[in-house]
Write a protein that binds this ligand. Structure first.
Ligand SMILES: Cc1cc2nc3c(=O)[nH]c(=O)nc-3n(C[C@H](O)[C@H](O)[C@H](O)COP(=O)(O)O)c2cc1C
Length: 190
């Protein structure tokens, strides 16, 4: 009898591990290159730097959300437009979409813009069914931490389990690879 129970346990463990190996994860990120606060002119955005680390460490595919109309490279111009979009509760069109139905875990990266996620990320979120997904959010900022996004993100992703946002300074993400990796390791529970 003990042998039968043991054999059953082994089968359960094997099926369980095969099942978890099939769990697919995806990194979704919006990040803006160009002139930004405290980092100057950059060719790879701060949040993208984090997203690349997440993709490297997890093996997840990376999808970049790009607005159909690119945001200005000049910092002040961008903050003006972003403020106007937020005030208007706009949903700026995005260049391409991504079918997320086959992914269980989604790492969701964004810069904090005026205390919230950039409006083009609402465009992406609202085009999808988030039921049953586990979302692990990360953001960059220059002082406000995650802003209001610990509330606005779960509210927008109905049906998903949204973990606490990992917030990293933009300048750290851009210029301090070791610190950025430590933050991502913490997020991944490593
Ligand atoms: C339009 C705009 C709005 C911003 N609003 C905030 C904010 O509310 N709080 C904050 O700490 N930083 C704010 N920042 C700074 C960015 O969050 C920070 O530079 C971030 O790392 C940029 O990420 P990215 O390079 O991936 O776009 C803002 C920057 C821009 C361009």
């Amino acid at each position: 009898m003990k042998k039968v129970i043991l054999a059953l346990l082994v089968v359960v463990a094997l099926v369980g591990s095969a099942y978890s190996a099939e769990a697919k994860s995806l990194v979704i990120v919006f990040s803006r290159a160009g002139e930004n606060y405290s980092v100057g002119n950059v060719t790879i955005g701060n949040t993208m730097k984090l997203a690349q680390i997440v993709a490297e460490k997890t093996g997840a595919e990376l999808f970049e959300v790009k607005p159909a109309k690119e945001y200005p490279a000049k910092y002040d111009d961008c903050t003006d437009i972003a403020k106007r979009e937020q005030n208007a509760n706009a949903r700026p069109a995005i260049l391409a979409d991504k079918d997320i139905s086959g992914y269980d875990t989604i790492y969701f990266g964004y810069p904090v813009w005026w205390g919230d996620i950039p409006m083009c990320m609402y465009t992406f979120i609202e085009a999808h069914d988030w039921t049953g997904k586990t979302v692990i959010p990360f953001c960059t900022h220059e002082g406000s931490g995650a802003g209001r996004t610990d509330r606005t993100l779960p509210a927008a992703m109905r049906g998903a389990t949204v973990k606490r946002v990992t917030a990293v300074r933009g300048a750290t993400a851009q210029n301090n690879r070791a610190a950025a990796e430590r933050a991502i390791d913490g997020m991944l529970g490593r």
